[in-house]
Ligand binder design. Sequence first.
Ligand code: PLP
Length: 504
Amino acid sequence: MSDRDIKRVRPHPNQSEYLIFERSSPGKSAYKLPPLDVPAVDAAKLLGASARRDLGSMPEVSEFEIIRHFTRLSTWNYAIDLGMYPLGSCTMKYNARVNEAVARLEGLAEAHPYQPEKLSQGALRILKLLSDYLLEITGMEAITLQPAAGAHGEMTGILLIRAYLESKGNPRKKILIPDSAHGTNPATAAICGYTVENLKSNAAGRIDVSALAQQMNEDVAGMMLTNPNTLGVFEEEIHKIADLLHEKGALLYMDGANMNALVGKTRPGDFGVDVMHLNLHKTFSTPHGGGGPGSGPVACKKFLDPFLPIPAVITKPDGTLGFNYDRPQAIGRVRAFYGNFGMHVRALAYIMANGCDGLVETTEDAVLNANYIRKKLEDVYDLPYNSPSMHEVVFSHRLQARRGIRTGDIAKRLIDYGFHPYTTSFPLIVPDHGALMIEPTESEPKEELDLFIDAMRSIAREAEETPEIVKDAPHTTRISRLDEATAARKPVLRWKPQAKSAGE
Ligand SMILES: Cc1ncc(COP(=O)(O)O)c(C=O)c1O
């Protein structure tokens, strides 16, 4: 490593933080109060059997120690507020603070789902406006905002296809899914009762339309296609794909996780898609999070509308808004109440703050940023599929593998340079599972992209000159290389006193 490189590496703020239990010393406390001058109340008398008697062993520390402990821990988290988060396929864009401020307005944050409709007109208007904007953006005709994640939207969408085909007396068996698809796609199809048939991508990283034509038959209920796909490549023949499916009575589902590349430029409803989901927590700048706090609205063509979950937002004859539960063909509910309302507020704030021009510019900048990275790195990292990139670029570790370095090693070394790793080993169709999937989003300024590019070029140099540095990374974190298989299969998530080693 050169001096310059060493300087650039960001050291961790604290390398040896003890558990709060390990800091404990008997009798210490975080506060000092004057003696009690009112009768003490016995919690057990007040609460009866529900009072917890045994609190186990609790840490005993001073206020300063506990504040420092948690403040230090908070600095261990990498965050978009600290630097670039290039996780491909995740669209980790900056979520503007104004969205948060709007979602915290008392009338919205405190709105109760059982509030009568006449007191909920503002909240209903938010749902209606967001629905209308998303329909305009996607070119679709009906929508539900209920699903709480992309994968949840997928399930809702495929259940719509199933309900529709069953209503026609034409239930089918198979869903076709390209080999580049996100793992949630085949999982969704299987959960909805379908068998999954794989479609091989061609050398350009796209669907092979002639192979599709041969695979099509009347057992096929539909196809799940991501566009742009997980290589960041636009499926240019999507019209033909839609026609092939429709000719045989099957439907086209679009995984809309990558809509950040399309908003304001082209509309899935116009290129033959029947049903799709959007990830509000990607494209529309709402917080991500474990399938819980996210939002994955499903938009579809009119013929699928009767099957959308209940309730649907409607305009009543007197012009006010309300919910319609009388939808006999609906697949039911997929989420309590109306979905994650706070996310709908944030997404609407994002759309309205950007306006039409802003959304188009966002898409252009997202694609520009990905292509800037591609251009600046393509001489040092291999491009396994040379088709034009949209909002993300996928390299492979082929050149570095000659030195025994894999995508995961490069990603770990990026941590030493102060960046969150990119997505590793996905999509799986990259040979040797060696994908480096990078999505900068429109949020990143050129200066941050240049720092990232410098870091990636520096790692490519290290891979040639000092490969061990890359293979053993990270070096600047509190915990170095983990045994990831054991960490995933036998996670230890809770401190237990007996876990202390002898002599402590
Ligand atoms: C292409 C694609 N499809 C589906 C999903 C699933 O979305 P979610 O994580 O919101 O369930 C993702 C998530 O990363 C994705 O990248």
